[in-house]
Design a protein around this ligand. Sequence first.
Ligand SMILES: *Cc1c(COP(=O)(O)O)cnc(C)c1O
Length: 361
Amino acid sequence: MKQVFNFCAGPAMLPREVMRKAQNDLIDWNNTGCSVMEMSHRSHEFVELANHAEQTFRRLLNIPENYRVLFMHGGGRGQFSAVPLNLLGAHHAADYAVTGSWSQAAAQEANKFCQQVNIATEIKDNDGIKSVAATQDWQISESSAYLHLCNNETVDGIKLKSIPKTSIPIVADMSSCILSEQIDITDYGLIYAGAQKNIGPSGLTIVIVREDLLGQSRPDTPSIQDYTLTAAKESMFNTPPTFAWYLAGLVFDWLEQSGGVSTISEVNQRKSALLYDAIDQSSFYRNSIHLDNRSLMNIPFQLANPALDKLFLQKAEEHGLVALAGHRSVGGMRASIYNAMPIEGVQALVDFMKLFEKENA
Ligand SMILES: *Cc1c(COP(=O)(O)O)cnc(C)c1O
């Protein structure tokens, strides 16, 4: 079988062990004689699986009892509208930190539902180096319903170093960094993440919401986007993405058995340092994000000579290093190195980059 290291930003690679287990379970799950795909979401077998996945997820992130975990549809973008529909309540305004293309898209969608969207901060560009202003300089309006931010900008490779202190609830898009490092859930009112980066297959979206924020959805909120209804129905108001939920559960088990979030976070530190060091030590490659804001998950880099981009990507693929093209809006390369990427994959990329430089400098 052909084995590659897949650096795709999403849907992204999944842990090999998880894929083997799923393969093994595929047509006969848990001695039922059926695939988990073919089973009622209300069967006691599936309900047990669903609860197990939630409990493991709660342990991994140390989620307090006054937060609900919802298993929803619609991806990250589905949440761009679900958040204002559910959380505006009697407010007219919401604050958005625009630190890259995903938070920009979230703010744009919120414009459909909020009378006023305040931009709390915008990405800075100093001589081609991008950075995010210190949180004490953000313009946060205490009369807004919430402050939305994106801890890791997948396209741009930008990470928020910290989050502001504010009395309004913080809503966080963690689609591309959830479970990659320890967080304090109580810093947030709501966290959401599309599954296809660090959790499992696409089609599932996880929402962690503080209970006191429920009960204020707009009356015209579509039912499947309604947090209050979803919570009341244990995420089974309609048919949930059952296979994605099952696979997410396997990924949670894998992560817990590998030592949990604190262990994977150290591995993620080592992986990203390996790649950033290789980029910084060479004048052939560069990364244009300020040291304080460099992502641990998505690492964009450019060749000093962009005419070599195509050759780089082609040769990388020949070395079994795939999906390294940067997002179409940014160009160059991007290595997405989520939890499932082993350090060997990053080492193989760094070795290849040195070889390519030697041959083409
Ligand atoms: C991928 C991504 C999204 C969009 O996810 P979809 O599931 O495609 O809607 C939103 N936010 C972030 C940070 C992402 O990485």
